[in-house]
Design a protein around this ligand. Sequence first.
Ligand SMILES: Nc1ncnc2c1ncn2[C@@H]1O[C@H](COP(=O)(O)OP(=O)(O)OP(=O)(O)O)[C@@H](O)[C@H]1O
Ligand SMILES: [Mg+2]
Length: 273
Amino acid sequence: MTAPILECQSIVRKYHISPGLLGDQRTITAVNNVSFALKRGETLAVVGESGSGKTTLARILAMIDPPTAGDLLVEGKKVSPGRAVETDVRRNIQMVFQDPYSSLNPRQRISTILEEPLRINMRIDGRERGRLVAEMLERVGLGGGYSTRYPHMLSGGQRQRVAIARALMLRPKILILDEPVSALDLSVQAQILNLLAELREAYSLSYVFISHDLAVVRFFADTAMVMHRGDAVEMKSCAELFSSPQHAYTKTLLQASPRIDLAKIRQRLKTGN
Ligand SMILES: Nc1ncnc2c1ncn2[C@@H]1O[C@H](COP(=O)(O)OP(=O)(O)OP(=O)(O)O)[C@@H](O)[C@H]1O
Ligand SMILES: [Mg+2]
């Protein structure tokens, strides 16, 4: 059996907060002993209310922040916290953030933003970089003329397409998507979700997909993990989670979400409207 593409073993992340100069230091556990295995080609959704630790976990998975304890394994290889991670391991995991406005440098042209990962990590000349950038822009639906623009000249949806393109420039195997459509209008959300589904197929990607929208999770993900105050309280296939939630918190979360109109969502994902 092949190793899971990404595995998280008892990951813990604590933050120390000093309330004031004279106050005692407080520690909060943002992620508490979370374990899961992501299979190749699988999409794992992470759901949970605000502050439950989703982004904290995402940043650990993307190796942006180290965990306080626990292990991360990429294709069966342990990534030790605090140690320099081999470039080829790091390249395999990329992250897309919620806000496409703040995640792109406003002073760089789209072409520069997309060329940067290539310039840092690959020994290829400018002409080849330009070719790869044009190809990727086309792939994310931004063919023709976008490469010379600056981020402020794009819509929110177009900007998120650029952020996705940037994440894919080094051909990673895993994308960590932290609420990638939450900041966008409903119709644009559907277009970006469709694009992500296409790219998942085209590049054989595995996704960790963080979302507040349980209706979207149901159609986009295979498995879902429910987080509550740093704990992973339930993890199972989406079909099972929605038909027979076990944990009291999952039930509350399902009840709190707007009534899921299946027909409407299918239509939304199909037409992009
Ligand atoms: N850099 C930090 N320093 C101190 N505390 C932090 C830091 N980042 C997050 N936290 C705390 O950790 C907890 C989890 O935050 P996190 O951002 O992971 O939640 P989330 O599930 O992504 O929430 P949301 O749905 O609002 O994005 C919160 O209590 C938050 O205040
Ligand atoms: Mg978050």
